[in-house]
Design a protein around this ligand. Structure first.
Ligand code: ZN
Length: 409
């Protein structure tokens, strides 16, 4: 059996575990060293470190302090890896912890985090998903059951001081364009809730005040939330510091493209079995700025889709120029309106798009003035016929159960 380098105890706070951190900073010490060619196991908390519970209230989603996320396991040092190299990571397998066979999906309140459709779903809501082997279903969303495409939402190497400074500078400049916006345009460093792994004393206090938040994807990968980066994938990460410093977390049992609900995909604690290798000077050799990867050879076999189109005209009828963000939002809203005709609440439909293996495509970006985005809804995840017919939609989903909602305080 490969060695488990990082263990998590879900009954304890991640702040008590010095192999966990929640900021990106070059000075966070490696918690373990491996050699090229080694394989090993890493356990992770869910991204909130256990804050969201398996219950029927969304109060935790409403009340969470989002400055605590994401709790990452690492960093792992790889002997011989130097700045400019590529760290090759084989994601040999990923799974849920056997003591925690469930996950959550939710919508943050618009006042605390928001999400892709926060103007349409401004209050905290939650769905809980049970994991049974390969499959998942939710007591809050009847009529769907699907196989997981398990993946880490977040994985990447530590930045060097120059890259960290660049991240903080450009994000601060964006925030300065509208500093009071709710939700914020970006998240600046925030020391009080920083978990800096094994750092201590003055060095820790300084690093906590400048450590980059883990929310956005960046040049090193980070929180990319790519569902296809699943078990069996091979990833090539740029290396910026000696040893690389590979950290990961935010495991998802399943996710639709875009992770549109933001309180995640189907978020879970879990484990990863990894193998590492190094390509010397690989960044320059292959012209690599952001990670590249090869997807899994094993994916859920959904071949049939109902595809919703969206264009870059917003809900008020205003024309936008080739805006794929607005076009994808329209595609998602169109899918939600459709699913409501089968008896789902809007929240249930939104949660299905965030959790099920939906595909999102940028279908056209040249036909001025409209971008065209498409949302691909797999039809086989439903236990009823979801296609249009002359008989009209038959309502299979009968009231009673819905996703719990917690009004703002
Ligand atoms: Zn996530």
């Amino acid at each position: 059996m490969p060695e488990t380098l990082i263990k998590v105890d879900l009954t304890k706070s991640p702040y008590e575990n010095d192999m966990i951190h929640n900021r990106w900073h070059p000075d966070i010490p490696m918690v373990a060293w491996v050699k090229p060619g080694d394989d090993f196991i890493i356990e992770t908390y869910d991204w909130t470190g256990g804050f969201i519970k398996n219950n029927d209230s969304a109060d935790d989603v409403r009340d969470i302090d989002l400055s605590i996320v994401h709790f990452l396991s690492g960093p792992i040092g790889v002997k011989g890896a130097e700045p400019g190299d590529l760290l090759v990571v084989d994601l040999l397998d990923v799974g849920a912890l056997k003591e925690s066979l469930w996950g959550f999906n939710g919508f943050f309140s618009k006042k605390n985090g928001g999400g892709f459709l926060t103007d349409h779903f401004p209050l905290a809501q939650k769905s809980i998903w049970d994991i049974r082997g390969l499959y998942t279903s939710s007591r809050h969303i009847p009529g769907v059951n699907f196989a997981g495409l398990i993946h880490p939402g977040l994985i990447g190497c530590l930045p060097d001081p120059k890259m960290l400074a660049m991240w903080n500078k450009r994000e601060a400049e964006l925030i300065a364009t509208n500093p009071t916006r709710v939700p914020g345009l970006a998240n600046p460093p925030f020391g009080p809730t920083a978990h800096m792994g094994r750092m201590a004393g003055d060095a820790k206090a300084k690093a906590a005040g400048e450590g980059a938040r883990t929310v956005p994807p960046r040049e090193h990968g980070g929180n990319c939330d790519i569902k296809d980066l699943s078990r069996g994938s091979k990833i090539y990460f740029p290396v910026y510091v000696p040893g690389g410093g590979l950290s990961m977390g935010d495991l998802h049992f399943s996710q639709g493209d875009g992770e549109i609900t933001f309180c995640g995909a189907i978020e879970m604690a879990g484990w990863l079995h990894l193998k590492v290798d190094v390509i010397k000077d690989g960044m320059a050799k292959y012209g690599i700025k952001n990670p590249i990867f090869k997807p899994s050879p094993i994916t859920p076999n959904y071949k049939d889709y109902l595809i919703f189109e969206g264009i870059s005209v917003d809900e008020q009828g205003k024309q936008h120029y080739l805006d794929v963000h607005i076009a994808y939002r329209q595609a998602c809203l169109n899918a939600i309106e459709y699913l409501k005709k089968f008896g789902y609440s809007g929240a249930q439909a939104y949660s299905i798009l965030g959790t099920a293996p939906c595909q999102g495509h940028i279908s056209g970006v040249v036909d001025v003035p409209n971008a065209c985005a498409t949302l691909w809804l797999p039809t086989e995840i439903f236990d009823f016929d979801v296609m249009p017919s002359s008989a009209g939609p038959i309502t299979h989903i009968k009231g009673g159960i819905d996703m719990p909602l917690s009004p703002d305080r």
